[in-house]
Write a protein that binds this ligand. Sequence first.
Ligand code: NAG
Ligand code: NAG
Ligand code: NAG
Ligand code: NAG
Length: 399
Amino acid sequence: MKLYCHRPPRLSRCGLFAVAIATFSTILLGHYYTTEEPRVAASSFLQNTIQLGSKNLFEEAGRVNKAESKREKGERHLSEAAKTNVSHEETDTPCLHSLKSRIKEDSRFGSLFRPEVPVLMWDKHVTSWDRLQKLSPPYGWKGLSKTVVSSALMLLNHSANSWMFDAGSSASCVRCAVVGNGGILNGSRQGKDIDAHDFVFRLNGAVIKGFEDDVGTKTSFYGFTVNTMKNSLIAYATYGFNQIPQSKDLRYIFIPSDLRDYVMLKSAILGVKIEEGADRGDIPENYFGPEASAHKFKFLHPDFVNYLTERFLKSDILDTPFGYLYMPSTGALMLLTALHTCDEVSAYGFITDNYKNFSDHYYEIDKKPLLFYANHDMLLEAALWKSLHQHGLMKLYQR
Ligand SMILES: *[C@@H]1O[C@H](CO)[C@@H](O)[C@H](O)[C@H]1NC(C)=O
Ligand SMILES: *[C@@H]1O[C@H](CO)[C@@H](O)[C@H](O)[C@H]1NC(C)=O
Ligand SMILES: *[C@@H]1O[C@H](CO)[C@@H](O)[C@H](O)[C@H]1NC(C)=O
Ligand SMILES: *[C@@H]1O[C@H](CO)[C@@H](O)[C@H](O)[C@H]1NC(C)=O
């Protein structure tokens, strides 16, 4: 395994990192795993499956292995990855109080963070086929076509595919804002603060028009799975989310949750219409704009998603019959990506203790309760954000 940097060498803080992001179709199952009353009935579960999910639960169920076997393999897989090479170059960030150094000293998180796990994936990782083909997405490539995965990865051959922050970002401490879509941002007037960061991460249905004062306008990274991206265009069209954010400097972060993500990546870089699978007929340019060459894309490493799930967001849902549906939310994966690559992180629009006081999203006109789905564990995520905030490792926007 090779060492690589989050920044081009001249900015550089190197570590053994790599990338991957994934989210399943939004499948509403109710909040059965806590003491809260279930919020949704079966009929609405089905409705939402049809409305939001491009695949239904039962198709998924047939395709994916039981949660137990996946987790056993997951742990074995992680220790194999660790054996590959645990050492990494020491940090040479010009930032005095970098997040990395603060984490190292932290009583709780010092032993949880493992900077040697790769955040991003690029062409050279194609050699990991034998190991990763044993794990289902988003943790590996089980059930995926080797031809498709390999040909997609081989296109990630630009130097920018191996680091998060492209040249030009010479700030001594890289300050990042990660903007979730939570209702807490409605009326927050945090736009200026958000835009003042060096890099702004957004994800899924990131509506900006009409909410500039609350959420800002700058977007450096947009994170998604093909499934969540396309669902967002449908579900939030009524709020003005009609196009995926595009600009010359914007970079896209793919979460590798499904073969669709590899297929979309490949077609986007090649600039061709999708000829196979669920997204057949799609024109990637419509999502990512006309100049979508390899340097526009970052691809989260399945090892990174696996490590985040095992160490930070190992939900009890994994022990239920719905365990195979579970993975960290897109927002969680983006925020944890920032926490592994930036020197300072502020989180806006993420779930807080008083989430019931806010609508699901900041752009809703009538208040909608935050619904809990079996594919994510929002309360576990809330507890993690709160703890990271309390330990001074990130700033969680609360009100
Ligand atoms: C990891 O890499 C370093 C230098 O790149 C090397 O010295 C070390 O032996 C490697 N460790 C393992 C376990 O392969
Ligand atoms: C990356 O791969 C493409 C397609 O094979 C090739 O045209 C291009 O020159 C390569 N770029 C680099 C930087 O190697
Ligand atoms: C919402 O916030 C107000 C204070 O601003 C508080 O009194 C109220 O209990 C909160 N409601 C919920 C459901 O948390
Ligand atoms: C968001 O704020 C606007 C303006 O203050 C308000 O009209 C709207 O009802 C709010 N939406 C929700 C869901 O609270």
